[in-house]
Design a protein around this ligand. Structure first.
Ligand code: FES
Ligand SMILES: [Fe+2]
Length: 367
């Protein structure tokens, strides 16, 4: 698989008309999306949080899950129900980690990071006692888990190439919880009109058509944006953004800001909680700015090493503001299966044909 950073169109192409027709047939005619839980990879936590947190419990896809790691850094994501007599395994119920094993609070069954019961206090471990585990994937410390319809295994992967970290500052991470659906939030990446109307971007244009290859979608756009910093300086940012979408839980935006000469990464990670709410996690990173083309207020006085973290904080706040503007709409909108689109709308329908693959019929390939 190509690097996320390569960003080019290699391997990606515009959907063929017959594929679009097949996908269109699978889209719902009613104004309801087929499921609040499209199949795919979804962000759960950072590795740092898992290693620091001991045992983490979360609601994910309408289920309680637990997350922990052993001393070798192997992470387990599992349903928080004990296969012995059904006790809740979360820390609130008394579940705990001892020497990398999850210990059930009810009768002390111990589970390793594969989910297998490896010991009990009073008898040999039953071989059939195994947690229901979810496959995980780590992208430079961001931990994702696969959710398959009917529990089927991963049908595709997230990017596997290591991400260049030299010269990049630490992540800024922010999670917002609100009523929404990951398809509706991801659709914003191709909805150019809202960029102008809701967020006030100028000169929005699409240098290339959206392209799709299986589970991957690439959408490019350029825009300008005027920002006032600390009520003092009005700055114009000129931005090219390439959005790499891998299913409805993972969007990676490769951003080049031209007027300062700055590279930035942004992940927009939507994870369904319970069928109504989603957690949207925003992760951003800025590359060291050595020779800024234009100095932001005060930036020139800072040593180069401090510039990127500072800009990253500023960008993360901007991003949060943008999402909060969208949340007002997302939290109240209804999915419209037959939108009455106009010419400035971008590629909403091709995006929806792409989405249809994430709602496979139950029983299709399930174990
Ligand atoms: S219910 Fe977990 S050990 Fe009995
Ligand atoms: Fe938006």
């Amino acid at each position: 698989m190509e690097s996320q950073e390569a960003g080019g169109q290699a391997g990606l192409r515009v959907m063929r008309p017959e594929e679009a027709t097949a996908a269109r047939r699978r889209l719902p005619l009613s104004n309801r999306l087929p499921s609040p839980f499209p199949e795919g990879w979804y962000f759960l936590a950072t590795r740092k949080a898992v290693e620091k947190g001991g045992l983490i419990q979360k609601t994910w896809m309408g289920e309680n899950i637990v997350i922990w790691s052993d001393a070798e850094g192997r992470i387990c994501v599992a349903k928080a129900i004990c296969p012995h007599l059904g006790a809740d395994l979360g820390p609130a119920a008394g579940g705990q980690i001892c020497e990398g094993r999850l210990v059930c609070p009810f009768h002390g069954y111990e589970f390793d990071v594969t989910g297998q019961c490896v010991a009990t206090p009073f008898a040999p471990a039953p071989r059939t006692a195994k947690l229901r585990v979810f496959e995980t994937h780590d992208i430079h410390g961001l931990i994702f888990a696969w959710w398959g319809v009917d529990g089927r295994p991963p049908q595709w992967t997230l990017p596997t190439e290591p991400l260049e970290q030299d010269g990049w500052c630490d992540y800024e991470i922010d999670t917002l919880r609100f009523p929404g659906h990951p398809q509706e939030t991801t659709e914003n990446s191709v909805d150019l009109a809202h960029l102008r109307y809701v967020h006030g971007y100028d000169n929005v244009d699409r240098p290339e058509r959206m392209s799709v290859d299986g589970h991957r979608l690439l959408s490019n756009f350029n825009f300008r944006r005027v920002r006032t910093i600390a009520k003092l300086a009005r700055l114009t940012f000129s931005v090219s953004a390439k959005t790499h979408i891998y299913g409805l839980g993972y969007s990676f935006v490769d951003i080049r800001e031209h007027s300062i000469g700055m590279n930035m990464r942004l992940w927009v990670l939507a994870t369904p909680v319970d069928g109504k709410l989603i957690d949207m996690t925003l992760v951003s990173q800025v590359r060291e700015i050595r020779n800024p083309r234009r100095l932001l207020v005060g930036l020139g006085f800072l040593p180069p090493k401090l510039r990127a973290p500072l800009i990253n904080k500023f960008m993360a706040l901007q991003q949060r503001e943008d999402v909060l503007q969208d949340v007002v709409i997302w939290g109240r909108k209804q999915y419209t299966s037959r939108p009455r689109l106009c010419r400035s709308d971008g590629e909403i329908m091709p995006f929806r044909y792409y989405c249809a693959q994430f709602y496979p019929e139950p029983g299709n390939g399930a174990p």
